[in-house]
Design a protein around this ligand. Structure first.
Ligand code: ADP
Length: 473
């Protein structure tokens, strides 16, 4: 079931070393974030500098060479391949960003002329400038950067053409040149925040309790208490201490090794596990705004003033789930309470696959009192048949939670009535603030026949396509 298990190869521990100049065909990348080595053998990255990749046979930790000829391991998601357009490292460029996310980020920043440049999702190969304009009312405008077929120059308005994109952006930062507003600064959220690295370093997933300092409690759940912690005294992490007897530990430890290899910007990164002593501690990425269900209840009103942050939150969960679907990994307990929120409304899916190791029948059996019945598809309720399609059903319910700002689904029904409704094909109603286009997506997730439900890949495209007109209905 798990695509990563055999693909992963282990490398001998390597100290940084002097090497001769790289062969000319080697891949050149640019650091998008600074990286400070956390293990011997890692190479420091400085934002904007170029590095030559000498070994990219592993997915997440590559061997790279810096300009001084020093070689070491780097996290692959901290660098991007140098493109012929030369945009990597520009503070306003963001390669993989959906239209919804761009709108949400710019609106959150709420500054006239705040802008970014991203790869267009509608026309691949084209770049889009997204810019916030505050008068007469706050809107985000999207402009494709076009290229003149005669001289290959770039332009937004045909009158002003430039040989490179940075020159074009620089011009529009000083002149309106036909745009609704002059481009000013990119959102702060685009600069400062480095992504989570995959595990702490190349081969490290087993963590010693001496490397962890435990701080304030963040919450408690099915397995025990979650606390804020520090790894090696400098990196903030969340540490989940597993209550003894709450999980099937040996099976989990075996699986955790492979789970640390799952990496996506919308998945809470599992860094490693501390299992040499008991109780077991699971160390993950820290998300400062806690679980999405409580976040929606407390911050929902603010978010709902404009619906694009809500669509954006669904879009982000969908991206993380699309990655799990591609990795043939079933979540089994997708719900707003199992997603976490970080800075700038970043949403990440958490607790994937964990329910398989729970030892409490009340939680694992579909007739148990803790079983998440309201998120379960008909085939899960009837035959305990979990699949990416049952995750899709749960995703529809999660979208409903988002658009009701954190309400519990089927508010007035007891579990027997919920089962009766679901097995008879009756669905949740459209939440008041939910656009019709969004509700149509939810209903597709609730097709009784799992084969008729869309995939997360299908949904990604559909959510991306939700147009402004949907907000006006
Ligand atoms: P459950 O087992 O019920 O899913 P968890 O044990 O995962 O709950 O977490 C309990 C609570 O602790 C969450 O609802 C959340 O508020 C907080 N929490 C868990 N993990 C993190 C994290 N990585 N960063 C910040 N808060 C967290």
């Amino acid at each position: 079931m798990f695509a990563y298990r055999n693909r992963y190869r282990y490398y001998k521990y390597t100290q940084p070393q002097q090497l001769p100049a790289p062969p000319p065909a080697a891949k050149v990348v640019v650091a998008v974030y600074d990286y400070e080595p956390s293990q011997p053998g890692d190479l420091e990255l400085k934002k904007g500098e170029e590095y030559t990749i000498t070994d990219n046979s592993r997915t997440h930790w590559w061997k790279a060479l810096n300009r001084e000829g020093v070689q070491g391991f780097i996290p692959s998601n901290f660098v991007q391949e140098k493109t012929e357009k030369g945009l990597i490292g520009e503070g306003w460029y963001c390669k993989d960003m959906s239209r919804q996310r761009a709108e949400a980020l710019l609106k959150q920043e709420d500054r006239e002329g705040c802008f970014l440049v991203r790869d267009s999702t509608a026309s691949p190969g084209t770049l889009t400038v997204s810019v916030l304009c505050k008068t007469p009312q706050t809107t985000v405008r999207h402009y494709h950067i076009k290229q003149n077929p005669r001289d290959s120059k770039y332009f937004l308005s045909e009158k002003y053409t430039f040989p490179t994109i940075p020159e074009l952006i620089n011009y529009h930062q000083h002149n309106g040149g036909g745009l609704v507003t002059r481009l000013r600064l990119p959102p702060a959220a685009l600069t400062g925040y480095a992504p989570a690295t995959l595990g702490f370093s190349q081969d490290k997933w087993e963590i010693s309790s001496t490397e962890l300092t435990l701080m304030k409690p963040l919450g408690s759940g099915q397995f025990g208490v979650v606390r804020l912690g520090k790894f090696q005294g400098r990196m903030l992490v969340a540490v989940k201490t597993m209550r003894e007897g709450s999980m099937c530990e040996d099976d989990f430890i075996e699986e955790a090794k492979t789970m640390t290899k799952l990496q996506h910007p919308n998945l809470v990164q599992l860094y490693g596990v501390c299992f040499k002593e008991r109780p077991i501690q699971i160390v993950t990425e820290y998300m400062c705004n806690g679980n999405m269900s409580s976040y929606l209840r407390s911050k929902g009103r603010e978010l709902a003033e404009d619906r694009s942050p809500l669509v954006d939150m669904c879009q982000q969960v969908c991206s993380g789930m699309e990655y799990l679907e591609r990795s043939q990994f079933i979540h089994r307990d997708l719900a707003a309470r199992n997603c976490l929120v970080g800075e700038h409304n970043i949403v990440k899916v958490s607790d994937f696959g964990l329910s398989r190791y729970v030892l409490d029948d009340e939680y694992t059996s579909s007739t148990g009192s803790k079983f998440p019945i309201k998120w379960a598809s008909p085939e899960v309720l009837e035959f305990s048949r979990f699949s990416s399609k049952s995750d899709i059903w749960a995703f529809g319910i999660l979208m409903w939670e988002v658009f009701t700002l954190g309400k519990t689904p089927y508010p007035n029904l007891n579990t027997t009535d919920v089962v009766r409704q679901v097995t008879h094909g009756k669905h949740l109603d459209r939440p008041q603030r939910c656009p019709h286009g969004v509700y149509r997506i939810m209903k597709q997730c609730w097709e009784k026949d799992p084969m008729r439900r869309p995939t997360f890949k299908d949904l990604q495209g559909q959510i991306e396509d939700i147009q402004e007109k949907d907000y006006c209905e």
